[in-house]
Design a protein. Structure first.
Length: 226
């Protein structure tokens, strides 16, 4: 019976040979949309169902037209995927701005819902930036599959120490999710370093958004309860 490391190596080989599966990214976007439904009505634009409904329809359309794995480049599919991710990101930013605005202006009602909204927006931050990192690094998943030697946007530990990973190691969505999680927790890069200006800007924006969410939104909401 294969051990854990052998199974991980087999999964890596499968990705290298057949391309990255798209379902983890699609699941992350779906989770982001679902989290939007739990936000306080104070930080929503329109009825609670309106924005998630639009996002859900766009995601379903993307799942239908996209292949199961990122192996062949389709400009139409990639543009539509970026449109979906961009729209979800925009709605998250709007909700964060509304929440900060409400707290700064001294809102004292609905403290519990505000705390929940702060946590939801922090979790959304982690998910949506993980998707952006996955979509951006080396030009996207298809380019990573067809041109593995393309210039990277991120320096992962396995790239710096290839002896610590199977030959031909390539990051998958879980690696980008971990990068996003640690950046949102530490408000700065940890073990994965941004190499390009685009990567540095994205990680900087994420760190600031996470800091605002944790430092201002959640802390202020706790004060409201006090």
């Amino acid at each position: 019976m294969p051990n854990r490391l052998e199974l991980e190596t087999a999964r890596l080989r499968d990705r290298l040979e057949r391309g990255d599966p798209l379902w983890p990214v699609q699941l992350a976007v779906a989770a982001t949309i679902a989290l939007h439904l739990t936000l306080s009505q104070k930080v929503l634009v329109g009825p609670r169902w309106l924005v998630p409904g639009i996002e859900g329809l766009l995601l379903v359309a993307l799942v239908v037209i996209a292949p199961a794995r990122a192996t062949a480049r389709s400009l139409r599919v990639r543009r539509f995927a970026l449109l979906v991710v961009g729209f979800v990101t925009l709605t998250t930013v709007v909700s964060l701005v509304l929440l900060v605005h409400f707290l700064i202006n001294g809102g004292r009602t609905g403290g519990h819902s505000l705390i929940l909204s702060g946590l939801v927006l922090w979790a959304t931050n982690v998910l949506i930036f993980a998707v952006w990192y996955w979509e951006m690094d080396r030009g996207g998943p298809v380019v990573r599959f067809t041109h593995p030697d393309a210039m990277p946007d991120f320096q992962f530990p396995q790239m710096e120490n290839p002896k610590l990973a199977p030959a031909g190691w390539m990051p998958g969505f879980l690696d980008y999710f971990y990068t996003s999680l640690t950046n949102s927790t530490a408000f700065s890069p940890t073990d994965t370093m941004p190499l390009t200006q685009t990567a540095k800007i994205l990680m900087g924006v994420q760190g600031v958004a996470a800091l605002v969410t944790v430092g201002l939104v959640v802390a202020r909401a706790v004060n409201i309860l006090g």
